[in-house]
Unconditional design. Structure first.
Length: 374
């Protein structure tokens, strides 16, 4: 192990002062909160989009679904493992997991940035050329773009499968970059360019044209158009999501560039900045559902429907359990005074036997019987 790698492993894992390291207390709390919010939030977004039934007919919803899948993937496969780097003295998993976790981090990052760029272009075509873009903005083409996004993400994130490895340090192993500095500089710079600069440039150009068209277009008919108002709201929501992505991931990229091209001493201050940059990057995966809930009334309605559906199923389970108990413990004697005859023109206080057999509705004495409870 080189001196540089030894210094990195010692300071980045903060093994020398692990027992007194505040990160060993703060990180589990922060990462647990990110994991909880990200898992619940993105699960709700997926439930709303899939339950709505319109996802397959709306390209924007398909891209939001893809973005939520990338965030959910990141939360499940990255956050729990990365938390151990700051809370334990060494890497407690295998060498394969060391490589796979970092591959998944950049895979999800690329998928998110490419999806946001695709969403920006899709919104520009939908708003600027609503008629001419219909043949291009089809669900089939959107799914094709999603497949291309994940394919490119695998290609760009692939080198990270060999970038990290386990290296012995004192009496334990740490998961740190194993490549030499020139190769690491090339890969990290390429990640910054293709995973951040290029998508952000496409996003800025697309949304700048959208804003110019939506907010500066003249005409009283356009100003009162409900369709235009709806497009403005959707665009506003997606711009907020994009800005949050940039703000959350920019510190991580700047820190890596500072390490490769500037002076980056390994001390408690730089360790704190590195920890903060990672927390911000990971937090991005749990922020999007919050934005959807705050900005979009349709998502709020969808969230409420999902919650009401879950609560109704839970209540139905309790009712069915109560019915089973009553059916087993009660004598099933009908209260003839509260029964109504169901038939055509024949009503009274006695049950009526028709072609389909005995039919009645009403309440049963001592329990709920096989009819509608009024």
């Amino acid at each position: 192990m080189t001196d540089e790698q030894g210094t990195m492993s010692g300071h980045w894992n903060s093994s020398e002062s692990w027992q007194q390291n505040p990160a060993s207390v703060i990180v589990p709390v922060v990462f647990s909160l990110i994991f909880l919010l990200g898992t619940v939030g993105n699960s709700l977004v997926l439930a709303v989009l899939l339950r709505n039934g319109q996802t397959g007919h709306n390209t924007t919803n398909l891209f939001i679904l893809n973005l939520s899948l990338a965030d959910f993937f990141f939360i499940i496969f990255c956050v729990p493992f990365q938390a151990t780097i700051y809370t334990l003295e060494g890497w407690v998993f295998s060498s394969f997991m060391c490589k796979a976790v970092h591959f998944c981090i950049y895979l999800a990052m690329y998928a998110s940035s490419f999806t946001l760029a695709a969403v920006a272009v899709d919104r520009y075509l939908a708003i600027r050329y609503p008629i001419r873009s219909r043949e291009l903005r089809t669900p089939c083409n959107a799914v094709t773009v999603m497949v291309i996004i994940w394919g490119l993400s695998v290609v760009f994130a692939g080198p990270y499968l060999s970038y990290y490895d386990l290296i012995p340090y004192e009496w334990f192993y740490v998961c740190v970059p194993a490549w030499q500095e020139p190769r690491r500089r090339v890969l990290d710079t390429s990640t910054f360019v293709f995973g951040f600069i290029v998508p952000v440039a496409i996003i800025i150009l697309s949304y700048a044209r959208i804003i110019k068209y939506l907010w500066t277009a003249v005409g009283p008919i356009q100003d009162i158009s409900e369709s235009k108002r709806a497009k403005r709201k959707v665009t506003k929501m997606l711009i907020i999501v994009t800005v949050l992505f940039c703000l959350c991931w920019l510190p991580h990229h700047l820190l890596m560039l500072r390490f490769h091209y500037g002076h980056f001493p390994f001390n408690q201050t730089t360790y704190a900045f590195r920890l903060l940059s990672h927390c911000m990057a990971y937090a991005n995966s749990c922020l999007n559902p919050i934005v959807y809930a705050l900005v979009s009334k349709h998502f709020r309605k969808g969230f409420k429907k999902v919650f009401s559906c879950l609560l109704s199923k839970r209540g139905a389970g309790k009712v069915h359990a109560g019915q089973a108990v009553n059916m087993a413990t009660n004598s099933w004697k009908p209260d003839w005074r509260r029964l109504q005859v169901v038939g055509e023109g024949r009503r009274g206080r006695r049950p009526w036997k028709g072609k389909a057999g005995w039919r009645w509705s009403g309440s049963w004495r001592g329990g709920t019987g096989p009819g509608k409870v009024f």
